[in-house]
Design a protein around this ligand. Sequence first.
Ligand code: P1T
Length: 379
Amino acid sequence: MKFGTKAIHAGVHPDPETGAIMTPIYQTSTYVQRSPGDHKGFEYSRTHNPTRSQLQDALAALDNGKHGLAFASGMAAIDCIVKLLQPGDEVISTNDLYGGSYRLFTKVYAAYGIKFHFVPMHDMTAVEAAVTERTKLIWVETPTNPLLNVIDIAAASAVAKKAGALLVVDNTFSTPYLQTPLELGADMVMYSLTKYMAGHSDTVMGAVVVNDDELHQRLSFYQNACGGTPGPQDCFLVLRGLKTLHVRMQRHCENGRKVAEYLKAHPKVEKVFWPGFQDHPNHEVAARQMRDFGGMISFVLKGDRKEDAVATLEKFQLFSLAESLGGVESLSGHPATMTHASIPAEERRKAGLSDSLIRLSVGIEDAEDLIEDLAQAIG
Ligand code: P1T
């Protein structure tokens, strides 16, 4: 089955009771048992819920994986993955990543005795150099948030296999429409479903997709034991969003290209970060592992001044200034004070994240209107 057909049909089935074409929202916490232990596979909604089960199956199918697990947020999904580790274990992560992931690693799990190494992963020799006998997890985000670096998933998988470590890919920016990391050797794919997957800026959720049965069992145990599960209403919203994922992503990519090219040619713009450019440092890897280049773009104005970036952000009419990304509407953001404020300034600087960087989530409006907005805001 091709991707668009799967986005609409995979994992879901008409309600056997009524024929309802859309997955019902099973707004229930518990399920009647005929006799103790004699039930229909559902006991309690933290453990299983039919709306969530259909979403999990749909997510697995889109990534060509075997098992999906849904969580109350992207952070809850990441938290569940890190719980696979023990004190003394080491993680190698990209140094350019979502600020909340960095915060969870350094402010929560470092205190539990897990050691994190942050390296520029678009250079795989930096990853190899950080491997020790205690390396248990390699954390890839690609393209990265917010600098749109591209990491070679197949190469990272080779390093992980040699080290005996698990490879995770945070696929939030790409979605399975652009990239299917399990097929490139990743052990786990992780999502903030809040973004492109749900697609309408109306819910917060996360997910993990895996192939391995034992890994699925371990993650399911933590999903239930720790309880970071989503409610059925949110699962329904993501299921509905997934049905248009392919159509939305196609338009995000088309608009992304037009906006990136407009910015690149603008006399007041110093640098545009977008993996679709031939001169992007990892364009060749992006062209190999992605089907298109997405709708996330960052840029810096000439002069590299924070006050100019702030003035531009204040002038946007269509690119609303807001955290998050991946919805149908265009958003703008200032990573240094918003999404990445939890990364110390010195670490941000080392990763190349300037205080004057502007991040855009290019929506699916008409590109002409988006470019007009950029023109009036940049001046
Ligand atoms: O917000 P939540 O659903 O918990 O997902 C966290 C998360 C994980 N991974 C990536 C790559 C992300 O971008 C995010 C959330 N990011 C934003 C809110 C943002 O504006 O970048």
